[in-house]
Unconditional design. Sequence first.
Length: 259
Amino acid sequence: MGKYLTLERPGQSAILTINNPPANLWTVDSLNELAHTMAELDADRSYRSVVITGAGEAFFSAGADLKQFLTGDKTAALQVLDAFAAAFGAIRRYRGVTVAAINGYALGGGLEGALACDYIVAERGAQLGLPEAKVGLLPGGGGTKLLADKVGIARAKRMILGGEIIVAEKAYEIGLVEELVDPGFAKIVAVSPANKVVNQAPNAVAEARRLIEESSQLSLSEHLQRERAALVSLIGEPEQMEGVAAFMGKRTPKWAEES
Ligand SMILES: C/C=C/C(=O)SCCNC(=O)CCNC(=O)[C@H](O)C(C)(C)COP(=O)(O)OP(=O)(O)OC[C@H]1O[C@@H](n2cnc3c(N)ncnc32)[C@H](O)[C@@H]1OP(=O)(O)O
């Protein structure tokens, strides 16, 4: 149990709940705790997936605590940005699958934390946006790229430049969230797509995830080379042999410890 995050461990998915009243805000300390917890979960081979959600009904997270920007101190601002980079980088580097379960408001750095995850499940009526420009800031946790990657440049501009906050139903329609659920169900449903990964081959999942993450930075020919090398690295390994043998033998595969 941390100071800003609580960790539940039902089965092979860990549930990480942001618990920093009044609005589950990100500060240097809460972000450092997130980075540290994700690194610990990454090293703990008993988990294959992590669900991130917000405590209470009203807020997933309203983003960075704006008090941190009151003095206009650039050094202090850089500390916040470094903490965002470390925490959200730790989510992106996690070897398993990460799912954001959005309840209530997911704004600014709150939505950026969700965008660092592999999928987003959101409750009907939840509100999502990157409204930093309203207070003279701009998204500092990867939002100007990650939102555009998901919803397209024009829609991301409309949201970021206009400070547009959209409801989960609209976010689902435009591909910002992958699953829409009734209020109170995000966490429960998020565990379910997360749990699918538990049945998949661990090293194959980790490699496929890495390839998808890297894909936008590479040309198709470079990417195909990496994909080929990754697939060949799996061939003949115990995991791959077990997967195909189990299919041919009409039985459920038994995965060994991940390498
Ligand atoms: C690099 C930068 C990254 C960033 O993330 S910048 C921050 C981006 N986020 C925002 O701009 C959201 C700011 N918050 C809001 O606009 C509103 O809140 C909401 C629309 C989310 C909710 O409004 P309502 O339901 O009326 O609640 P309430 O009374 O405004 O909020 C409850 C308490 O939470 C505090 N709070 C909310 N968001 C922040 C924040 N981002 N930084 C600091 N405090 C925040 C409020 O002030 C208040 O506190 P009190 O009860 O003491 O008056």
